[in-house]
Write a new protein. Structure first.
Length: 165
Protein backbone atom coordinates (compact mmCIF):
# COMPACT_ATOMS: atom_id res chain seq x y z
CA UNK A 1 0.00 0.00 0.00
CA UNK A 2 2.85 2.40 0.75
CA UNK A 3 4.32 1.99 -2.73
CA UNK A 4 0.94 2.90 -4.23
CA UNK A 5 0.88 6.16 -2.27
CA UNK A 6 4.46 6.97 -3.29
CA UNK A 7 3.72 6.15 -6.92
CA UNK A 8 0.53 8.20 -6.78
CA UNK A 9 2.41 11.25 -5.56
CA UNK A 10 5.12 10.66 -8.15
CA UNK A 11 2.42 10.63 -10.83
CA UNK A 12 0.95 13.88 -9.55
CA UNK A 13 4.43 15.47 -9.58
CA UNK A 14 4.92 14.20 -13.14
CA UNK A 15 1.56 15.73 -14.09
CA UNK A 16 2.44 19.08 -12.49
CA UNK A 17 5.84 19.06 -14.17
CA UNK A 18 4.30 18.56 -17.60
CA UNK A 19 1.67 21.28 -17.07
CA UNK A 20 4.09 23.84 -15.65
CA UNK A 21 6.98 23.41 -18.10
CA UNK A 22 5.27 22.73 -21.41
CA UNK A 23 2.21 23.93 -23.23
CA UNK A 24 0.17 20.78 -23.48
CA UNK A 25 -3.57 20.46 -23.46
CA UNK A 26 -5.25 18.98 -20.40
CA UNK A 27 -6.43 16.00 -22.47
CA UNK A 28 -2.85 15.11 -23.41
CA UNK A 29 -1.71 15.43 -19.78
CA UNK A 30 -4.59 13.24 -18.66
CA UNK A 31 -3.71 10.62 -21.26
CA UNK A 32 -0.06 10.72 -20.18
CA UNK A 33 -1.06 10.29 -16.54
CA UNK A 34 -3.39 7.41 -17.42
CA UNK A 35 -0.56 5.53 -19.12
CA UNK A 36 1.57 5.79 -15.96
CA UNK A 37 -1.39 4.85 -13.77
CA UNK A 38 -2.19 1.74 -15.84
CA UNK A 39 1.46 0.65 -15.88
CA UNK A 40 1.68 1.11 -12.11
CA UNK A 41 -1.43 -1.00 -11.55
CA UNK A 42 -0.05 -3.68 -13.89
CA UNK A 43 3.24 -3.81 -11.96
CA UNK A 44 1.48 -3.92 -8.61
CA UNK A 45 -0.77 -6.78 -9.71
CA UNK A 46 2.17 -8.94 -10.81
CA UNK A 47 2.83 -11.04 -7.73
CA UNK A 48 5.22 -13.92 -8.15
CA UNK A 49 5.05 -17.25 -6.32
CA UNK A 50 8.53 -17.56 -4.90
CA UNK A 51 10.49 -20.43 -3.44
CA UNK A 52 13.08 -19.24 -0.93
CA UNK A 53 15.67 -22.00 -1.21
CA UNK A 54 18.04 -22.06 1.74
CA UNK A 55 15.59 -20.41 4.15
CA UNK A 56 16.83 -19.73 7.67
CA UNK A 57 15.12 -19.28 11.02
CA UNK A 58 17.91 -16.90 12.04
CA UNK A 59 16.59 -13.30 11.82
CA UNK A 60 20.06 -11.99 10.96
CA UNK A 61 20.20 -14.06 7.75
CA UNK A 62 19.22 -12.47 4.45
CA UNK A 63 16.91 -15.35 3.51
CA UNK A 64 14.89 -14.61 6.65
CA UNK A 65 14.65 -10.91 5.79
CA UNK A 66 13.73 -11.78 2.20
CA UNK A 67 10.85 -13.97 3.39
CA UNK A 68 9.47 -11.11 5.49
CA UNK A 69 9.76 -8.62 2.62
CA UNK A 70 8.29 -10.98 0.02
CA UNK A 71 5.27 -11.63 2.27
CA UNK A 72 4.93 -7.90 3.01
CA UNK A 73 4.98 -7.24 -0.76
CA UNK A 74 2.08 -9.66 -1.25
CA UNK A 75 3.99 -12.47 -2.94
CA UNK A 76 2.99 -16.09 -2.39
CA UNK A 77 6.01 -17.60 -0.62
CA UNK A 78 7.11 -21.18 0.04
CA UNK A 79 10.41 -22.11 1.64
CA UNK A 80 12.95 -24.91 1.87
CA UNK A 81 15.67 -25.02 4.50
CA UNK A 82 17.71 -27.34 6.67
CA UNK A 83 15.80 -26.58 9.87
CA UNK A 84 12.04 -26.87 10.23
CA UNK A 85 10.21 -23.82 11.53
CA UNK A 86 8.22 -20.79 10.49
CA UNK A 87 9.21 -17.34 9.27
CA UNK A 88 6.73 -14.57 8.47
CA UNK A 89 3.92 -17.11 8.75
CA UNK A 90 5.57 -19.37 6.16
CA UNK A 91 6.47 -22.94 7.09
CA UNK A 92 10.02 -23.92 6.15
CA UNK A 93 9.95 -27.35 4.55
CA UNK A 94 12.92 -29.64 5.19
CA UNK A 95 11.93 -32.22 2.60
CA UNK A 96 11.85 -31.57 -1.13
CA UNK A 97 8.35 -30.88 -2.37
CA UNK A 98 7.14 -30.58 -5.95
CA UNK A 99 5.73 -27.09 -5.57
CA UNK A 100 3.34 -26.04 -8.32
CA UNK A 101 3.34 -22.69 -10.08
CA UNK A 102 6.73 -21.43 -8.92
CA UNK A 103 7.63 -18.26 -10.79
CA UNK A 104 10.90 -17.50 -9.00
CA UNK A 105 13.43 -19.49 -7.02
CA UNK A 106 15.63 -17.22 -4.92
CA UNK A 107 18.76 -19.04 -3.78
CA UNK A 108 20.38 -18.59 -0.38
CA UNK A 109 22.55 -21.71 -0.46
CA UNK A 110 26.25 -21.65 -1.27
CA UNK A 111 27.36 -23.32 -4.52
CA UNK A 112 29.00 -26.33 -2.85
CA UNK A 113 25.65 -27.31 -1.29
CA UNK A 114 23.52 -26.69 -4.41
CA UNK A 115 24.54 -29.68 -6.55
CA UNK A 116 22.25 -32.30 -4.91
CA UNK A 117 19.29 -30.00 -5.64
CA UNK A 118 19.94 -29.14 -9.32
CA UNK A 119 17.50 -31.68 -10.75
CA UNK A 120 14.77 -30.85 -8.27
CA UNK A 121 14.97 -27.11 -8.86
CA UNK A 122 14.98 -27.56 -12.64
CA UNK A 123 11.97 -29.93 -12.39
CA UNK A 124 9.95 -27.12 -10.79
CA UNK A 125 10.22 -25.25 -14.11
CA UNK A 126 10.44 -21.79 -12.57
CA UNK A 127 10.45 -18.77 -14.85
CA UNK A 128 13.68 -17.60 -13.23
CA UNK A 129 16.27 -18.34 -10.57
CA UNK A 130 17.87 -15.52 -8.61
CA UNK A 131 21.41 -16.17 -7.40
CA UNK A 132 21.82 -13.93 -4.37
CA UNK A 133 25.34 -12.74 -3.45
CA UNK A 134 27.54 -15.69 -2.54
CA UNK A 135 25.40 -18.26 -4.38
CA UNK A 136 26.73 -17.69 -7.91
CA UNK A 137 27.36 -21.02 -9.60
CA UNK A 138 28.57 -21.27 -13.25
CA UNK A 139 27.87 -25.01 -13.35
CA UNK A 140 24.23 -24.42 -12.35
CA UNK A 141 24.02 -21.44 -14.75
CA UNK A 142 24.83 -23.83 -17.60
CA UNK A 143 22.22 -26.39 -16.53
CA UNK A 144 19.57 -23.69 -16.23
CA UNK A 145 20.48 -22.37 -19.69
CA UNK A 146 20.11 -25.86 -21.16
CA UNK A 147 16.69 -26.14 -19.50
CA UNK A 148 15.75 -22.69 -20.90
CA UNK A 149 15.23 -21.26 -17.41
CA UNK A 150 16.22 -17.63 -16.96
CA UNK A 151 18.60 -16.77 -14.16
CA UNK A 152 20.16 -13.65 -12.78
CA UNK A 153 22.83 -12.77 -10.29
CA UNK A 154 21.11 -10.23 -8.09
CA UNK A 155 19.97 -9.49 -4.58
CA UNK A 156 16.31 -10.25 -3.90
CA UNK A 157 16.19 -7.54 -1.22
CA UNK A 158 17.51 -4.92 -3.64
CA UNK A 159 15.11 -6.04 -6.38
CA UNK A 160 12.18 -5.75 -3.95
CA UNK A 161 13.36 -2.39 -2.61
CA UNK A 162 13.66 -0.90 -6.09
CA UNK A 163 10.41 -2.41 -7.46
CA UNK A 164 12.35 -4.53 -9.96
CA UNK A 165 11.33 -7.89 -8.52
Amino acid sequence: MISLVIVFFDLIDEFDLIVNRETITFAMCYAHLSIFKNKTLEIMQTKKKTLVFGASLNPSRYSNTAMHRLVASGHDVVAFGLKEGEVAGIKIDTELISYNGIDTVTLYMNPTRQEPFYDHLISLKPNRVIFNPGTENPEFFELLSQAKIEFETACTLVLLGTNQY
